[in-house]
Design a binder for this molecule. Structure first.
Ligand SMILES: [Zn+2]
Length: 314
């Protein structure tokens, strides 16, 4: 992990103007993980509003893809990616989709906003400069329905006529969506299984026992899992099938740690604190030590579900 992080810091240090954001200079870069954690201050969302995109340098011919983060922040926060980075991010989403069970030929309903990475990483059809989205990587087809509650009719039509095997549903529209499916008896028409994956709002955790659907949804025979997002850090974590408090994540693309939410001091491994994430694959707009609103701990031991991935524990 340190070797990857060191490469990122070297690249960051080549662009002096941005070093002020993290009080770093090219001659004074951290020498190991501990000094990285103690030397580089955490980044809060406000700092990102003024963070320019590195590759806006006219000498660099790379295309930059930009998205707005769906938040209350004003001015809005933009996320920038090179083509390569958005491709890596889409491949990461495809891994989570594969872990959920999505495979070649599957149809997937996305009932979420277009600014959600679930949607913009899903298909080249939705995003410029994305050659292969998560759906194309798995040989699946994604059908998008904007995440507004008033578009629930359209989402129900998609289920009825397209018969998707999976639906990714924004948390706020979960109940209207499931309620309409139940009241219209749509699901018994489905020939195959149907799984509803609830997409948390950015940096939001909502713990619910997946076996505990309200009685009116009881006959739906739904499996529910939750996908956690930290959009600024380009980070996903998928709810463990056996433990609703655990969210598995891939440690390959992110350095994940915890800090004391008040003093911002780094905490030892396993101790509960604010979840801080550094995406090591993003150079177009590097984000060092992004401090999320999530409070939890990081568990590195093997999980009882069999996954060897570490997990966030809430
Ligand atoms: Zn697990």
């Amino acid at each position: 992990m340190w070797a990857k992080l060191r490469r990122l810091l070297r690249r960051v240090s080549q662009l002096h103007a941005h070093l002020n954001n993290w009080s770093l200079s090219p001659d004074n870069l951290p020498s190991d993980l501990d000094s990285f954690r103690s030397k580089v201050p955490v980044t809060r969302p406000e700092a990102l509003q003024t963070l320019a995109l590195f590759d806006e340098n006219p000498k660099n011919s790379q295309q930059i893809v930009k998205f707005t983060v769906q938040t209350e922040h004003s001015p809005p926060i933009y996320l920038g990616f090179t083509e390569r980075e958005i491709s890596i991010y889409a491949a990461e989403l495809a891994k989570y989709w594969a872990a959920i069970g999505i495979k070649r030929g599957d149809r997937i309903l996305l009932y979420d906003y277009g600014t959600s990475p679930l949607v913009y990483l899903a298909s080249f059809a939705f995003t410029p400069h994305l050659n292969r989205g998560a759906a194309e990587r798995l040989g699946a087809v994604a059908i998008c329905n904007d995440g507004l509650p008033e578009l629930v009719d359209r989402a129900i039509h998609v289920v009825r006529f397209v018969k998707p095997r999976f639906a990714f549903v924004r948390e706020e529209v979960e109940n209207p969506f499931l309620g309409r499916l139940a009241s219209e008896g749509v699901l018994p028409d489905l020939e195959e299984s149907f799984e509803c994956v609830v997409v948390s709002a950015d940096e939001t955790i909502f713990l619910k026992n997946s076996n505990n659907l309200p009685a009116e949804f009881g006959k739906l025979q739904l499996t529910e899992r939750r996908l956690l997002r930290i959009d600024v850090a380009r980070f996903f974590a998928l709810q463990c099938p056996l433990d609703s408090r655990s969210f598995h994540f891939s440690p390959d693309l992110h350095f994940v740690e915890t800090v004391d939410p008040t003093t911002l001091k780094p905490l030892p491994s396993g101790e509960e604190g604010a979840i801080v994430v550094t995406p090591i694959f993003i150079l177009a707009q590097p984000v060092l030590r992004y401090m999320s609103n999530l409070i939890g701990s990081i568990e590195w031991d093997c999980c009882r579900c069999g996954s060897k991935q570490p997990r966030l524990l809430f």
